[in-house]
Design a protein around this ligand. Structure first.
Ligand code: PMP
Length: 379
């Protein structure tokens, strides 16, 4: 059915008029380093376990899934408890909630704790879905400012959190660690300062936590360590990045059980399909195998960072699976030129910068070779 109707002809909400849909281009290119996915396929032993778990569910698809996703939440809590960066915080099922990607977890948080008359603050540049999820929930967005080198310090953050909402304080605070697109981890004193500065919810988006440098080597502990005694603090995670499971759409959070109760008020019943729950639970039983590529990815990230000065470019130190590269004369033109060389990266809208996901060794070879040519073309 063809139609001449445009968005302008529809009775769309006024606050959505003029907005563009979010989404990086999904192009068929040989080297795709634009959405911070894990470039490695799911390992065969995990494929086998997931297929078996799904096969068990299929005859019972006549029934709705477990609305509470108990088995999956048990598995996620056990995974978090075992992480050294969580410092043994005794998380259980009641502290964990899961949804279709951490985007849905964030959306549910805004549905429960944002809304008309409320304000959320985040610190730009950061994950560009934070303002979109905020605004589509009818919540006002405040674009917080960072210091030199995209840094955040506790005093500046606390001040901006207090000033939000015309001085009434932010109802929701977004912090991202490691931050997307800069790759930098956030010192925990910034999280503590934000928490003290508001009576609202403080969300620490840790989508890339598994790529952080180890605690003994300059790494920062997870904000999970701050959860005890802080019922308004929420840490979000995902299986889309380190777990190489983006296609399954599983994100989760760790928080006080009361936060989980709040999300039950807004989540759609049966929001996580039986197949999603089975696949993710089976995958988590093989977490070590799934996460085996994390060290390889970190090595490629470090290779990218180290190579940039040899190309006349510079990179910020990264605790994530991507690198923000600066020093381009014209980043959109460089993005196009890289695409012409078969390499898709991300123009995140920061003048002179492009974000490059760390993938396989062959992908690093390809992007470095393409960059060498593009930098020369730029001159
Ligand atoms: N948070 C951050 C910081 C991200 O970069 C992303 C994905 N790019 C997400 C959350 C959402 O990931 P997902 O919905 O796949 O869990």
């Amino acid at each position: 059915m063809v139609s001449d109707t445009t968005l302008d002809d529809l009775p769309l909400r006024d606050d959505l008029r003029g907005h563009a849909p979010y989404g990086a281009p999904q192009l068929e290119v040989s080297v795709r380093l634009n959405t911070n996915e894990n470039s490695h396929d799911v390992p065969p032993e995990v494929v086998e376990a997931v297929v078996a778990a799904i096969a068990e569910q299929v005859p019972h698809l006549n029934r709705y899934p477990d609305r509470e996703a108990d088995a999956l939440r048990d598995a996620l809590a056990a995974f978090l408890r075992a992480q050294p960066a969580s410092h043994g915080v005794p998380l259980t099922r009641g502290n964990v909630w899961a949804a279709n990607g951490s985007n849905e977890v964030l959306q549910q948080l805004l549905q429960a704790f944002g809304g008309p008359g409320r304000t959320a603050v985040g610190f730009t540049p950061s994950y560009s879905m934070h303002p979109i999820i905020t605004q589509t929930s009818g919540t006002a967005w405040v674009d917080g400012k960072r210091g030199d080198g995209f840094s955040l310090d506790p005093f500046a953050v606390a001040e901006q959190v207090r000033a939000a909402g015309g001085g009434t304080g932010a109802d929701v605070v977004f912090l991202t660690s490691p931050n997307n697109p800069t790759g930098t981890a956030l010192p925990l004193d910034v999280v503590e300062a934000a928490y003290e500065a508001t009576r609202g919810i403080v969300i620490v988006d840790e989508a890339y936590a598994e790529f952080a440098r180890p605690l003994g080597a300059g790494g920062t502990p997870s904000a999970i360590t701050l959860l005890p005694g802080r019922p308004r603090l929420v840490v979000t995670r995902t299986m889309s990045k380190a777990f190489a499971f983006a296609g399954t759409r599983v994100g989760y959070l760790a928080a006080d059980p009361a936060v989980v109760d709040a999300l039950r008020l807004v989540r759609l019943p049966y929001h996580l399909s039986s197949l999603t729950q089975a696949a993710a639970t089976a995958a988590l039983a093989h977490a070590d195998a799934l996460l085996a590529t994390v060290e390889d990815t970190k090595a490629q990230r470090d290779r990218l960072v180290a190579a940039m000065p040899t190309l006349g470019l510079f990179a910020l130190p990264s605790d994530a699976n991507f690198v923000l590269v600066g020093g381009f004369d014209d980043a959109p033109a460089a993005w196009k030129a890289l695409l012409a060389h078969g390499v898709l990266v991300r123009d995140v809208g920061i003048p002179g910068h492009l974000r490059i996901t760390a993938g396989t060794a062959a992908e690093t070879d390809a992007v470095l070779a393409a960059l060498a040519e593009v930098v020369v073309e730029e001159e």
